[in-house]
Design a protein around this ligand. Structure first.
Ligand code: PXL
Length: 258
């Protein structure tokens, strides 16, 4: 059984964070492991509270888990603090973790801060050199690189900059672009993954996409195969959503996956 670990925030609504990641891992036939960096109080309308897990206890969760089980791939989501980033870098070295996927999380779709101020710089300087794939949306790519992104050319510039920070494979997701929803995969060359833009507000899109990439890497796919298959999975998922709360729509994740 292949295993994937997510280090992320706890989302009671089940659409983002640890909950989303575990569901996607399961769907792809991967055994899910999880370490909580923070708890959130949220629903489909937004995040109303954050309780960071103490640094000692994040460390304890990681050490206890990893001294027993080594995942085939690891995803980071909402890490919240610079301290957690330093800790995770130490842990990656100590346990020789492979297939690190970094989903840089700074704010929620409802606009709430999900990270301390120094987190983007710490991700850029410390974590990206360890990562196999980074999966920012255009806003996150812009925060990490300082490049304003409105067009596909801007995405290309940001992707090159992100790879210069040390991450071998970059996927800038383009769901927030004005026209078509083009994702850009960069591994030294540009690959464009296009689809029709689907209207609406969805909770957990970024988490769902990057956990699919992580599951696919854990299952032995290459980064470029994972990027393509995860994009297909998202296109199907975006056509299968439901509204239940008063806010964003949720994914009805139950298909055959590749
Ligand atoms: O999609 C960003 C995100 C990640 N992780 C957690 C979240 C959110 C957005 O709300 O709550 C825990």
């Amino acid at each position: 059984m292949k295993k994937a670990l997510t280090i992320a925030g706890f989302d009671p609504s089940g659409g983002a964070g640890i909950q989303a990641d575990l569901k996607v891992f399961h769907l792809f036939g991967i055994y899910g492991l999880s370490v909580a960096s923070s708890l959130t109080a949220q629903n489909t309308k937004g995040v109303e509270g954050i309780l960071p897990v103490s640094r000692e206890f994040v460390k304890k969760q990681l050490d206890v888990l990893l001294s027993d089980i080594i995942p085939d791939a690891t995803k980071t989501g909402m890490l919240y603090s610079e301290y957690n980033i330093e800790l995770i870098c130490r842990v990656i070295r100590k346990y020789a973790l492979q297939n690190i996927v970094v989903d840089p999380v700074f704010i929620s779709s409802s606009g709430r801060r999900l990270a301390e101020r120094g987190v983007p710089e710490a991700i850029r300087k410390r974590l990206l050199p360890f990562c196999a794939v980074v999966t920012p949306n255009i806003y996150e790519a812009s925060v990490l690189t300082g490049i304003a992104i409105e067009t596909i050319k801007d995405m290309e510039k940001a992707a090159v900059r992100l790879s210069e920070y040390g991450c071998r494979n970059v996927i800038v997701t383009g769901g927030h672009l004005k026209k078509a929803a083009v994702d850009l995969f960069y591994d030294g060359e540009f690959h464009y993954l296009r689809s029709r833009k689907i209207k609406g507000e969805f909770h957990g899109t970024g988490c769902t996409f990057s956990s699919a990439v992580t599951a696919l890497l854990a299952g032995g796919k290459t980064a470029s195969e994972a990027a393509m298959l995860a994009k297909k999975f998202m296109d199907r998922s975006l056509k299968k959503t439901f509204g239940t709360g008063r806010g964003m729509r949720l994914f009805d994740l139950k298909y055959d996956t590749p």
